[in-house]
Ligand binder design. Structure first.
Ligand SMILES: *Cc1c(COP(=O)(O)O)cnc(C)c1O
Length: 406
């Protein structure tokens, strides 16, 4: 049996030290080891308890709006002229994207651990907004670290967080963007670890975060599987999702890993094309290294300095990819592609015009690849695209790019 078709169950959980094969692990300062061990133990305990799972499911339903619809995109299907296209509607969730799944899960965990102070990092502000919302709901103190440059670019999200009672702290070190905000959040955690939980926003960082964040997003794939079986009586042929840190993708793919007839495709940000500093496609230009807690593929120069990244979508604009993705890529279970800014804008417009659904620019990366594949496949095939978020947050930026004055 080739490695590509071997059963995955033995491999789909990291080892005790959090490794997915050679990737992942715990690469943090000594001062954070205790916090991570405590978190791992609390999570292992919680996830085996039906009461915790029940509470999680309750809040995901009542606060976030799960389950989300699986929507047959008839006009996109007609437009492509090939496979049937289904959209998993994570864009319908409260606060506008899948991120709320993880924010709720980790907030519940913090409450169990008796930690009343929450810190988070945010780039575009989407994870910050989701975290601020759950902290308001559960009565937790919320501090969000955000690069000063990002705060200026995403002023509306800063205001949203503040409306919900969060304190947004400007980070002025480094490039004043997401990577620097993560560093600042880790510094805070080291200092205040006794009463503080760090809600990390993607399937990134050191163990147990990649595993835990993935688990909190597994509802996406579980629902999608049930829904497509009810609707079509069979599984999709291909599933496509965008990959920033990789949380919406792994949450969607995970339930299908052992269904080896289902092709899984992750889409990274190709930005202006695969040239240094012009994209965020870690599997195209990246090399193995360690960043912010985990061993994975990273965009770095020959001296190991982290390279600048670019994408039209802030949510995919990060130099490292979640370690579990690197593992399944090696095993040839998940394929990876990238989409460039201009194609992404086209897909954004096409989906808006044909379906009446304005997708997030991040999700539009998945649309680019999904539509290409649907076109190339015959009509009896099915392509499922995970629509990770809605595009309301992006309309001002798109107007500017299109030269429209509002
Ligand atoms: C943050 C974000 C992403 C990227 O994060 P992942 O962890 O890779 O899922 C994708 N889509 C939307 C709408 C986002 O807000």
């Amino acid at each position: 049996m080739s490695s590509a078709t071997a059963p995955l169950d033995r491999f789909s959980q990291p080892d005790k030290a959090g490794h997915f094969g050679r990737y992942g692990g715990v690469y943090v300062p000594e001062t954070l080891m205790t916090a991570l061990e405590e978190l791992t133990a609390a999570y292992e305990q919680a996830r085996s308890e039906p009461a915790f799972q029940k509470e999680l499911a309750h809040h995901l339903k009542e606060f976030a709006g799960r389950p989300t619809e699986l929507y047959f995109a008839s006009r996109l299907t007609e437009h492509c002229g090939g496979a049937k296209i289904y959209l998993k509607r994570e864009d319908l969730l409260h606060t506008g994207a899948h991120k709320i799944n993880n924010a709720i899960g980790q907030a519940l965990l913090a409450l169990r651990m008796g930690k009343k102070r929450i810190i988070a990092e945010t780039g575009a502000g989407q994870h910050g907004v989701a975290t601020a919302a759950v902290c308001a709901k559960f009565g937790l103190q919320c501090i969000v670290y955000m690069g000063q440059v990002d705060m200026e670019r995403q002023a509306l999200n800063v205001f949203r967080m503040r409306l919900m009672g969060a304190e947004v702290r400007a980070v002025t070190s480094g490039q004043k963007t997401l990577k620097d905000a993560v560093n600042e959040a880790m510094r805070d955690w080291v200092t205040n670890v006794r009463d503080t939980h760090y809600i990390l926003g993607s399937a990134l960082g050191s163990h147990p975060y990649p595993m835990m964040v993935r688990d909190f997003h597994r509802f996406i794939g579980r629902e999608a599987k049930e829904q497509i079986l009810a609707r079509e009586g069979r599984l999709p042929d291909e599933i496509v999702a965008c990959v920033g840190g990789g949380s919406n993708a792994i949450g969607c793919f995970f339930e299908f890993l052992e269904d080896t007839k289902v092709r899984l495709i992750g889409v990274e940000a190709g930005g202006h094309g695969i040239k240094r500093g012009e994209h965020a496609a870690r599997f195209e230009g990246g090399k193995l290294g360690v960043l912010q807690g985990a061993m994975t593929y990273i965009l770095q120069d020959p001296d190991g300095q982290i390279e600048l990244t670019h994408s039209v979508s802030a949510g995919l604009d990060y130099a490292a990819i979640g370690p579990e993705h690197a593992f399944y890529r090696d095993r040839k279970r998940i394929d990876y592609a990238y989409a460039c800014d201009d194609e992404v804008l086209e897909a954004f417009k096409t989906c808006s015009r044909l379906e009446g659904i304005i997708p997030a620019l991040e999700s539009s990366h998945a649309l680019v690849e999904g539509l290409k594949r649907a076109k190339a496949l015959p009509k009896d095939k099915i392509v499922l695209i995970n629509l990770s978020g809605r595009g309301d947050k992006d309309v001002q930026q798109v107007a500017k790019i299109l030269g429209v004055t509002l």
